[in-house]
Design a binder for this molecule. Structure first.
Ligand SMILES: NC(=O)c1ccc[n+]([C@@H]2O[C@H](COP(=O)([O-])OP(=O)(O)OC[C@H]3O[C@@H](n4cnc5c(N)ncnc54)[C@H](O)[C@@H]3O)[C@@H](O)[C@H]2O)c1
Length: 261
């Protein structure tokens, strides 16, 4: 996909991985809508991006992705402002084992809603021009940990949903590619939450074990995740792909066995 003039919507785009991806897209002359719960950080990021790329290139929309109406409205406002939609990145995520129902709502239910909204605005089924959706999972979907059982479940769910829908997109000729990105530990504010009782609940007692895993597996820079994301966005051959990004292997793909009876 040639990126110049294309429009991307990124949930959780105010900081961390989402923000790094927004910068990479703006550098490729895309226009970007940052959809995020956190108004202060979102507006701060927008001001910084305006200084570098110009005010007209991005939009910040304060939105809780778990509020269906607000998420719908964020898609509508993005298309009203920029006239089209080509890339949807369902990236907003939380780490909360104490309020685990919320974790399911943000990390899985809202990813499903964001994916269906992306199809409404991009699928050839609806007379649109096609595009690409990337759902952010995690290496937690492969290396399950004792600290985050519900987070792990949501990230498994994101992969299952996205791969099934990628097949539907191909069968139904939607013209929309649906892929998944699974980073290992990344240096973002989310990683600070692993030692907080408010987030981890009873699993906080395993925090030293969690930190040992971070030392063992290493902590990646958000810019490397943005590099992987740009590959998924631009490589037209990828649909139903699961990209993993780790310290030891860098950017690579998970290999699935072909279906057999
Ligand atoms: N940091 C890591 O180690 C890591 C590793 C693997 C996967 N991930 C995944 O990457 C994604 C981005 O995480 P990050 O590390 O950049 O975290 P982060 O906390 O730095 O950023 C997440 C953003 O999502 C926003 N957000 C949270 N709940 C929201 C809601 N209800 N509605 C709208 N926005 C909301 C936050 O305000 C924040 O700006 C998440 O899905 C996370 O699970 C992170």
């Amino acid at each position: 996909m040639a990126l110049c003039g294309k429009v991307a919507l990124i949930t959780g785009g105010a900081q961390g991985i989402g923000r790094a991806v927004a910068e990479a897209l703006l550098m490729s002359d895309c226009r970007v809508s940052l959809v995020d719960l956190n108004r202060n950080v979102g507006e701060e990021s927008k001001t910084k991006l305006d200084a570098e790329f110009g005010e007209e290139k991005s939009l910040f929309i304060q939105c809780d992705v778990t509020d269906s109406g607000a998420l719908q409205d964020a898609f509508k406002r993005t298309v009203e402002r920029f006239g089209r939609l080509d890339v949807v990145i369902n990236n907003a995520g939380i780490n909360n084992e104490k309020n685990w129902e919320k974790t399911i709502q943000v990390n899985l239910t809202s990813v499903i809603k964001g994916t269906y909204l992306g199809l409404d605005y991009m699928s050839k089924e609806h007379g649109k021009e096609g595009g690409v959706i990337i759902n952010v999972s995690s290496m937690a979907a492969f290396l399950h940990s004792p600290h985050q059982p519900v987070y792990t479940a949501t990230k498994h769910g994101v992969i299952g949903f996205s791969r099934a829908l990628a097949d539907a997109a191909e069968l139904g000729n939607y013209g929309v590619r649906i892929n998944v990105l699974c980073p290992a530990f990344v240096d973002t504010p989310l990683l600070q939450t692993v030692s907080q009782e408010d987030n981890m609940g009873k699993f906080v007692k395993f925090k030293d074990d969690f930190k040992q895993r971070m030392d063992k597996f290493g902590v990646l820079k958000p810019s490397l995740i943005a590099e992987g994301m740009m590959r998924i966005i631009t490589d037209e051959s990828l649909n139903g792909a699961v990209m993993k990004i780790t310290s030891s292997k860098g950017i690579h793909f998970h290999n699935y066995e072909p279906l057999s009876a």
